[in-house]
Design a protein around this ligand. Structure first.
Ligand code: GDP
Length: 318
């Protein structure tokens, strides 16, 4: 069983790649829920939806979110009613949020609801929310504290960032199946998602980071930072706000206590040598996922690194 920790668009591309090289039943995806929001009275879980759409073939690759071919009639109608419309919700996407909200209102947990919805979409991989507790990623800016979606979607991540916190985390516990999946996996892969707002919330759920440190599985991260910049989005800005360099060394630092290897882009080959000398296993390859082929190749490279680590762990000392 292969476990992926993911959130957001970088993660969605990577999950698409892994799905091409593994049987779906071999895959468990643990997903960030810190970006979840209530919108028009509905419970929206953008990162769970992205992974669900990727694994069911519905994902809109061009946009990097939502359902391909979706229409926005409801959003237009909401605008006419002077309702907020800065968060984009397509009509088919809306069906997911309506159903999720109804099932949650019936008293089901997010884990149960996700299992039910993904089964309906024909997905045979397991998609697990990181926790069933309500966590809210909050971004502290000079304009005040914003929800992640206010910062990212409504305000185009233009505000300077002081810090990021995960409200509700102190009462959270990992969702059922999360710790088991990490402990019994043959490899755990960290997608090239935003380290601060997509992966850090997962790591902050009490118990998950310890599981990553202690699992016998090889833990391999793919860097979202290429040539000292994020491939997209505010990952660099947010890493800097938390005192990490915007580089593969910065990514290695965020994950330093539990990764066995880091996959970086060929453009960072020189920096990789330095990291390697400092004792981390680093593999350089093309990590820019523009095509289906590039996504599959990166996924295969990460899996190969993990299986090499497994065989070197298993090899008798000579
Ligand atoms: P957000 O967009 O910052 O909220 O972060 P997400 O977790 O949604 O994913 C975007 C992250 O994925 C960014 O940090 C990007 O640098 C990274 N990313 C996006 N596309 C690629 C890619 O093709 N290759 C790599 N290595 N990283 C990518």
């Amino acid at each position: 069983m292969i476990v992926i920790l993911t959130g957001g668009t970088g993660g969605a591309k990577f999950v698409y790649g892994v799905r091409q090289v593994l049987a779906p039943e071999e895959l468990t995806v643990i997903v960030n829920t810190g970006d979840d929001l209530e919108w028009w009275g509905l419970y929206v879980s953008p990162d769970i939806d992205s992974v669900s759409y990727v694994l069911s073939g519905l994902f809109n690759d061009e946009r990097g979110w939502g359902v391909k071919g979706d229409t926005f009639e409801c959003q237009q109608a909401m605008k006419r009613l002077s309702r907020p419309a800065w968060f984009n919700v397509g009509d088919r996407d809306l069906a997911m949020h309506l159903t999720r909200t109804q099932l949650l209102n019936e008293g089901k947990t997010l884990t149960e609801v996700t299992a039910e919805l993904t089964a309906k979409l024909g997905i045979t991989s397991r998609i697990l929310p990181m926790t069933n507790a309500r966590i809210e990623t909050r971004v502290d800016t000079p304009a005040g504290e914003l929800s992640f979606q206010e910062y990212f979607v409504q305000r185009w991540y233009q505000d300077p960032v002081k810090s990021v916190r995960f409200a509700g985390m102190e009462h959270a516990s990992p969702a059922p199946g999360v710790i088991d999946a990490i402990m019994s996996a043959s490899a755990v892969l960290l997608a090239p998602s935003n380290p601060i707002t997509s992966v850090a919330p997962i790591l902050a759920v009490p118990g998950i980071r310890t599981a990553l440190r202690t699992t016998p599985a090889s833990v391999v991260a793919v860097s979202p930072i290429v040539a000292n910049a994020a491939v997209s989005g505010p990952a660099g800005i947010l890493m800097a706000a938390h005192g990490f360099p915007i580089s593969i060394a910065g990514v290695a630092k965020v994950y330093e206590d539990f990764i066995d290897a880091l996959v970086v882009d060929n453009q960072d080959a020189e920096a990789a040598k330095k990291l390697q000398r400092a004792g981390l296993k680093v593999h350089a390859t093309n990590t820019i996922m523009k095509t289906a082929k590039a996504k599959a190749a990166l996924a295969q490279a990460a899996l190969n690194v993990a299986s090499q680590l497994n065989s070197s762990h298993a090899a008798p000392a000579s």
